[in-house]
Ligand binder design. Structure first.
Ligand code: NAD
Length: 355
């Protein structure tokens, strides 16, 4: 029996979570394992119900579960609220509360989706299989921030702060991951300008000494954003900070077709993890059965891999997704000519049937 906190959230969150739970139910019956779901409100829906993005007692409940599966939070309805009351605060509280410091985002181009990539065929034909390892609970998103009036002018600031120990632990995650892949780490920073990046680079080089079998190169973030569209095949593991990782992983998602395909795992010490698709609540398509559930289904698969060590079930889910794509089923975001257009629910059903 595994206890999972399930946070559907807002917009398309509940729609895609519903399909991921159907997949987990199928895994449960096929692999003889039981899942207990603890449903938690977080994000805009929690603001509407309780006046806060996530209740303290709910955060405590989440911490008692073995893993958390999250849809997405936020939407235009809550955009005007002050910073500390915005739905995104729930994400920061969850990440901070669960102490998940490493965000793993695989960006893989499926052969069947080569036509969905906006990149030229000759670039795509070299293949894309990148793992972005993003530091998640440090840097500018968590550093000192504020507003003040200076010389009669309003000033706002956010501070990028990293300690050596924070960089060391995320660098280790990247090198360990690279060992199981193509043995290459590209560390992305802005060391020509930022002092925090210079500490980042020095520390990554120190950690690299323990991994002589893994090749390391450094890249400035502006160059990395160009190289990702020029020749993404050069990357294996990209190691980067919270803010740079936020931006680069969205770029990586776009070049492999759709943001609706990409899963993520956020890991701390031990087996606790927070699993979520990298997309947001997609208010433009919410409630219309248009959302692609694959990112959330693959996030559930990552949960089975990193929190529950169920590699057979992971392979079964990944294979079921590949079969659905091979058979030509596509939600609207990944649709190309001559494919079979399906909605959120049907895509979930087809994947379940293929497990
Ligand atoms: P978004 O990811 O929600 O949407 C960007 C575009 O991608 C939209 O056109 C949307 O329709 C499409 N899209 C996203 N997911 C899709 C899916 N599964 N299937 C098909 N198409 C999909 O990003 P946004 O528009 O910048 O943000 C919308 C809201 O989501 C905002 O309130 C934002 O704060 C929030 N958000 C939340 C998270 C999170 O909870 N982790 C992450 C990003 C954005």
């Amino acid at each position: 029996m595994h206890r999972i906190a399930v946070i559907p959230g807002d917009g398309i969150g509940p729609e895609v979570i519903e399909q991921a739970l159907l997949v987990l139910d199928k895994v449960s019956s096929k692999f003889g394992v039981k899942f207990e779901y603890i449903f938690i409100d977080a994000g805009g829906c929690a603001i509407d119900k309780y006046g806060v993005p996530i209740k303290d007692e709910d955060l405590e409940l989440v911490k008692k579960c073995e893993a958390t599966l999250l849809g997405a939070v936020g939407g235009p309805k809550w955009d005007g609220l002050p910073g500390n009351l915005r739905p995104e605060q729930a994400l920061l509280k969850l990440r901070g509360g669960l102490k998940v410091y490493a965000n793993l985002r695989p960006a893989v181009l499926y052969d069947e989706l080569k036509d969905s990539s906006p990149l030229k065929k000759e670039i795509v034909s070299r293949g894309i299989d990148i793992l972005v390892v993003r530091e998640l609970i440090g840097g500018m998103y968590f550093g000192p921030k504020g507003r003040e009036v200076k010389n009669g002018d309003e000033v706002a600031y956010d501070t990028e702060v990293y300690s050596k120990s924070e960089v060391r632990r995320i660098a280790k995650v990247a090198f360990e991951a690279a060992r199981k892949r193509r043995k290459k780490v590209t560390s992305v920073d802005k060391a020509n300008i930022l002092e925090s990046s210079r500490l980042w680079r020095e520390t990554v080089e120190e950690v690299a000494k323990d991994y002589p079998d893994v090749a390391l190169n450094h890249m400035y973030v502006d160059n990395a954003s160009m190289q990702l569209v020029k020749d993404p095949s050069q990357f294996d593991v990209i190691l980067t900070s919270n803010m740079f990782g936020d931006i680069l992983s969205d770029e990586a998602s776009m070049i492999v077709g759709s943001i609706g395909m990409l899963a993520s795992a956020s890991l701390g010490e031990g087996r606790v993890g927070l699993y979520e698709p990298i997309h947001g609540t997609a208010p433009d398509i919410a409630g219309q059965d248009l959302a692609n559930p694959i990112a959330t289904i693959l996030s559930a698969a990552m949960m089975l891999r990193y929190s529950f060590d169920m590699e057979d079930a992971v392979k079964a889910i990944e294979n079921a997704v590949k079969i659905a794509l091979k058979e030509g089923y596509r939600t609207r975001d990944i649709y190309t000519e001559n494919c079979k257009l399906v909605g959120t629910k049907q895509m979930g059903k087809i994947i379940c049937e293929n497990i």
